[in-house]
Design a protein. Structure first.
Length: 292
């Protein structure tokens, strides 16, 4: 049974990145600052961004989005090699609140490749598969997450491009990590796939130089990848990183994600590569379960 448009409204994918949260909800795309912080009273109520959020959840209160980035007293961004933590859960719940009024949802989220164990995926699912009541900017929404896919970041982007059985190397550049994934005949080659402990925003000097990041990627991958391999670059910095990657890997292209929607294929910018792939995976898995 194929899901109708109304049924697809129950499927959403969220990439809870360390710098920005990306959302794919059918042909609707959204992104916002991923900062989560403590709450305090603000007499002046100044607006810092279009994604300013004051939230209340399970007896806790906090700020989200640009508001959290600017008004935090104890730090607003949590970086690291895993999305199994409270901040990532809140980013996901805020993304749902921002993008849908559906009462029941099927969800796809991501986690860096190297830390995506069965135990890690189980923990992430436990935090999400339940009924949630969340107030954002005074608006209460109650929704139930029925089921969750936890996808390997980088590998998920493979689901956003036309299928090929050839060997494909995916470079997924994020703010906190870089996922370097090898896929052959649609399956991950584990021995030639890994996640780095650096990203665009992990340098103590601020945002990393694209040439330096590319040099690090090439140095890490050239031990097992070949110069003539097909390489696909994805992520927010894809367009500035790809030219430097191409100096070594000549068959390098930037991924243009393709979304499977009710009325055909839609295209998205490279920053949405992972979340579009996650959405396509969710449509494939959950389309027979959603209300049609």
């Amino acid at each position: 049974m194929t899901a109708s448009f109304n049924g697809l409204n129950q499927i959403i994918a969220i990439d809870a990145g360390n710098n920005e949260v990306k959302v794919c909800y059918g042909s609707k795309l959204d992104k916002f600052c991923s900062a989560i912080s403590d709450w305090h009273k603000r007499p002046q109520q100044e607006q810092h961004g279009s994604d300013d959020m004051e939230w209340e959840y399970q007896g806790m209160k906090g700020f989200g989005g640009t508001l959290a980035k600017i008004e935090s007293e104890f730090g607003s961004h949590m970086y690291g090699g895993s999305k199994n933590h409270f901040d990532a859960t809140m980013r996901i719940l805020l993304a749902i609140h921002r993008n849908t009024n559906e009462k029941e949802l099927y969800l796809a989220v991501g986690n860096p490749y190297d830390t995506l164990t069965k135990e890690e995926a189980t923990d992430i699912k436990k935090a999400l598969i339940r009924t949630h009541e969340l107030i954002v900017n005074g608006l209460l929404k109650k929704f139930t997450i029925k089921d969750v896919i936890v996808a390997a970041e980088g590998a998920a982007a493979f689901q956003a491009i036309p299928y090929t059985s050839d060997l494909v190397r995916i470079i997924d550049v994020g703010s906190g990590t870089v996922n370097l994934i090898s896929i052959l005949r649609g399956r991950i080659v584990d021995i030639e796939s890994f996640t780095t402990d650096y990203g665009m925003l992990t340098s103590k000097y601020g945002e990393a130089n694209p040439f330096a990041i590319a040099r690090g990627i090439i140095g890490d991958t050239s031990k097992k990848w070949k110069k003539e391999d097909k390489v696909k670059v994805v992520g927010g910095p894809a367009e500035i990183i790809a030219p430097f990657i191409k100096n070594h890997y000549k068959n390098t292209e930037i991924i243009t994600p393709q979304i499977w929607t009710h009325d055909g294929i839609k295209f998205a910018p490279p920053i949405f590569g992972n979340v579009v792939g996650m959405y396509n995976m969710a449509v494939k898995k959950f389309s027979d379960l959603v209300q049609v």
